[in-house]
Design a protein around this ligand. Sequence first.
Ligand code: FES
Length: 85
Amino acid sequence: PFTVELRRSGATVEVAAGESALTAVRRVLPATPYSCEQGFCGTCQHRVLEGEVEHRDELLTDAERADSMLLCVSRAAGGRLALDL
Ligand code: FES
């Protein structure tokens, strides 16, 4: 489990062990776009403002990984992430 701070929205969501960050974010921001939910389409890519990401996709380049993540598959490496959402 980890915490995601939605900095622009001023909200914080808890991501449970068995759910994706995308699912948790959509509880607060239901319009957040997604498609494949398997880490290959890139629709759910968002900018990470703070925190270490455990990238579980095969799509993003190293440059993209430096400041963004795919919400459907990737998770926090620490306990907390802050997103530009
Ligand atoms: Fe396709 Fe996340 S929804 S990569």
